[in-house]
Write a protein that binds this ligand. Structure first.
Ligand code: UDP
Ligand code: MG
Length: 324
């Protein structure tokens, strides 16, 4: 029997682009079903991430127009990662495979064919990897590439140039549901689940409409989240740095003692000031990094829900999404 596919699409203030891309997703679903690769029960699942514009109304209209469109709405904006998680967890028991993709048309929909083929060949996870970033601005390309390199240097293993366009089987999702962390960094967590995986490369286009929600500030926040939720390497670096400074201090003490004994001491105001400024600056940075981890522990211990679904386009009692 053909596998049931759910395409999971997070949407935040996307009224401009949704009417353009939604039919493209449906068309892809239809063509995959026509090829016999997926079943007719497959769906396009939109996750409204607390949008302030008409996004949810558009999703409801789509759901009313075709049973293959379905949607869930989060009670408020929780961010891209939580929106994707909400969609994946919703889809987990209803399908065999999920593909998560942004709703702005930047990721090549045609790569889904290869992803499904890879699944049919026995892969449980298929990562979409950007082959080129020619359409991105120099700044976006540079910051995005630095992002991956910095993550790798800090011990957070991620698939290079892979964002959140990926196929995950329901089997992997069921295991993934046991990863209960509140600090979500999906692209780092999915590889930790394991199972057979592969990559499919595609070229990234420009947004079809609307604006990016990932300015530099959010990218830095995502990088910090990624590193601190996947790795404790920064803490080890601090320890290493502490040892290096301690060694230097020891040499400094010896030098000062010898100089004092030889009676060669002079008023060293400048050197003292520099050392005090430098060391106190370093200490503050180190405290900040440790604080970041403590903050993470604090949030994790609360065990707050990672998403709250307030509405669905189908009746909950009727577990066949699409019959509105
Ligand atoms: N998104 C979301 N919640 C947010 C921000 C973004 O669900 O708080 C969605 C957005 O609608 C889009 C995807 O995440 O489908 C990626 O966002 P965007 O295209 O703005 O990021 P970029 O591609 O520029 O990195
Ligand atoms: Mg985008």
């Amino acid at each position: 029997m053909a596998a049931t596919l759910y395409i999971v699409i997070p949407c935040y203030n996307e009224e401009a682009v949704l009417p353009i891309t939604a039919p493209m997703f449906l068309e892809k679903l239809r063509s995959l079903a026509a090829l016999g690769k997926i079943s007719g029960e497959s769906r396009v699942l939109f996750v409204n991430d607390g949008s302030r514009d008409r996004t949810w109304e558009i999703i409801r209209e789509l759901a009313a127009s075709d049973e293959h469109y379905i949607g869930i709405s989060q009670s408020r904006n929780r961010g891209h990662q939580n929106a994707v998680l909400a969609g994946l967890m919703e889809a987990r028991d209803k399908c065999d495979i999920t593909i998560s993709i942004d709703c702005d048309g930047q990721d090549d929909i045609d790569a889904m064919d290869e992803m499904v083929d890879a699944y049919l060949d026995g892969c449980e996870v298929v990562y979409g990897v950007r082959a080129s970033r020619r359409t991105d601005s120099f700044f976006k390309r540079f910051t995005a590439q630095s992002f991956y390199k910095f993550l790798a240097a800090m011990g957070a293993e991620v698939v290079y140039n892979h964002a959140d366009y990926r196929l995950i089987s329901a089997r992997v999702l069921r295991e993934f549901a046991n990863f209960r962390e509140v600090n979500l960094f999906l692209r780092g967590l999915v590889p930790l689940v394991g199972f057979k995986s592969t990559t499919v490369s595609y070229s990234r286009a420009e947004r079809l409409a609307g604006e990016s929600h990932y300015p530099l500030k959010k990218m830095i926040a995502l990088a910090v989240d990624g590193i601190t939720s996947l790795s404790v390497k920064p803490l080890r670096l601090i320890t290493g740095f502490g040892f290096a400074v301690a060694l230097l201090s020891f040499i400094g003490v010896l030098w000062a003692l010898i100089a004092a004994l030889c009676g060669k001491t002079v008023a060293g105001w400048a050197s003292m000031t520099c050392i005090v400024c430098f060391v106190s600056g370093v200490q503050l940075i180190c405290l900040g990094i440790i604080g970041e981890y403590i903050g993470k522990i604090y949030m994790e211990t609360k065990q707050r829900p990672r998403y709250i679904i307030s509405e669905r386009t189908w009746e909950e009692a009727d577990d066949r999404p699409g019959r509105v």
